[in-house]
Design a protein around this ligand. Structure first.
Ligand SMILES: NC(=O)c1ccc[n+]([C@@H]2O[C@H](COP(=O)([O-])OP(=O)(O)OC[C@H]3O[C@@H](n4cnc5c(N)ncnc54)[C@H](OP(=O)(O)O)[C@@H]3O)[C@@H](O)[C@H]2O)c1
Length: 319
């Protein structure tokens, strides 16, 4: 199939204003989806800025279209709407390509959406939901009634870790700003701790058996150094994982870094949990595709509650 469409690209790493809406011709044998919404993740903003493993991999392949999360309508072979809504984690880990009006990806990467699933939430689910699920179960080996501490609980991944850990029978302590506590308790957290409070690390260390660290850096380090010997930790930000693993070793903790792996079968289960109302995906802000730069600036505040998405149905306004 050949489709004239638009996607957001960068030709050089740098500031969010490097993101430019560009007209392209999509030529593919794979199924094509008319994108309704695309999810925005911190990996997109880091890669755009030239930071981390995906930037290193793509440095000599620019222009690059960011984004891995898509929800939209599958097209038929003759380019018409099929009526089937789908979502997917596409082009992971290097190719990306989700910030677009149309994307193509192999059939087995798409998960069918039940009618009652909101396309905005479906676009925000794949990368954050699979990360939360894999951090808890594959890398964290969550056991029944474990005491799980979530650092960065109000973020895109963190708010899903809180809900999935509760769904699996854990007792959950959520660490966030005070402004997010009421919201996190409503999502199911058993208690909340303010990271602005002096000595918060010692307070949570007493009870933690599994820590999911969605923040990393100096904050993650300050917590890991105070954990009790034997505590399990999964640290998500890859850029600071080595330093946190080293500090964990010194404290007698078992710290694991991770990289999310595409898993359409697990994504299908997460979609069912969403359809059944067992989990909710909070969408904090929606920006038109042409304003991807503003979406990146929002994510880069580091204080988004839930997820940011792009509305790819908005009228395209190429420069
Ligand atoms: N390795 C992997 O496979 C993988 C996969 C996905 C994501 N990640 C990484 O994991 C990290 C989290 O991703 P995300 O999508 O959840 O990011 P996000 O949505 O941008 O996270 C923002 C959240 O971080 C919280 N936060 C900021 N400073 C904090 C602090 N000092 N203490 C506690 N919470 C703090 C904020 O809560 P407050 O407003 O309460 O401060 C905000 O809600 C990113 O670095 C991302 O790149 C890694």
């Amino acid at each position: 199939m050949e489709v004239d469409t638009h996607q957001v690209q960068i030709s050089n790493f740098g500031e969010p204003e490097r993101l430019t809406l560009t007209e392209i011709s999509l030529q593919t044998q794979a199924p094509v989806v008319r994108v309704a919404f695309a999810g925005v993740n911190p990996i997109d903003t880091k890669t755009r800025a030239g930071i981390g493993w995906a930037a290193k991999e793509n440095a000599d392949k620019l222009p690059w279209c960011p984004g891995y999360d898509v929800a939209g309508e599958l097209l038929t072979a003759d380019g018409k709407g099929s009526g089937q809504h789908v979502c997917g984690l596409i082009g992971f880990p290097f190719m990306g390509g989700a910030y677009a009006e149309h994307v193509s990806a192999p059939q087995d990467e798409w998960v069918a959406l039940p009618d009652n699933v909101d396309l905005r939430q479906a676009a925000a689910l794949p990368l954050a939901g699979l990360t939360a699920s894999q951090a808890l179960s594959r890398f964290g080996d969550l056991r029944d009634a474990e005491e799980v501490v979530v650092l960065g609980a109000a973020g895109g991944v963190g708010h899903l870790v809180v809900q999935l850990a509760k769904q699996q029978g854990a007792k959950v302590t959520a660490i966030s700003r005070v402004q997010n506590h009421e919201w996190l308790l409503a999502l199911g957290a058993d208690c909340c701790v303010d990271y602005g409070q002096p000595g918060w690390q010692a307070l949570v260390a007493e009870h933690a058996s599994l820590v999911i660290d969605c923040v990393g850096g100096e904050v993650g380090l300050s917590l890991v150094k105070q954990l009790l010997c034997g505590t399990d930790v999964v640290t998500l930000p890859t850029v600071t994982a080595d330093a946190i693993i080293e500090a964990g070793d010194a404290a007698g903790c078992h710290v694991t870094g991770m990289l999310i792996q595409p898993d359409p079968a697990r994504l299908k289960q997460l979609v069912t949990l969403l359809a059944d109302g067992v989990i909710k995906v909070a969408v904090a802000a929606t920006f038109p595709l042409a304003d991807a730069n503003l979406a990146h600036r929002q994510v880069e505040t580091g204080h988004t509650r839930g997820k940011v998405i792009l509305d790819c149905r908005a009228p395209a306004t190429p420069e």
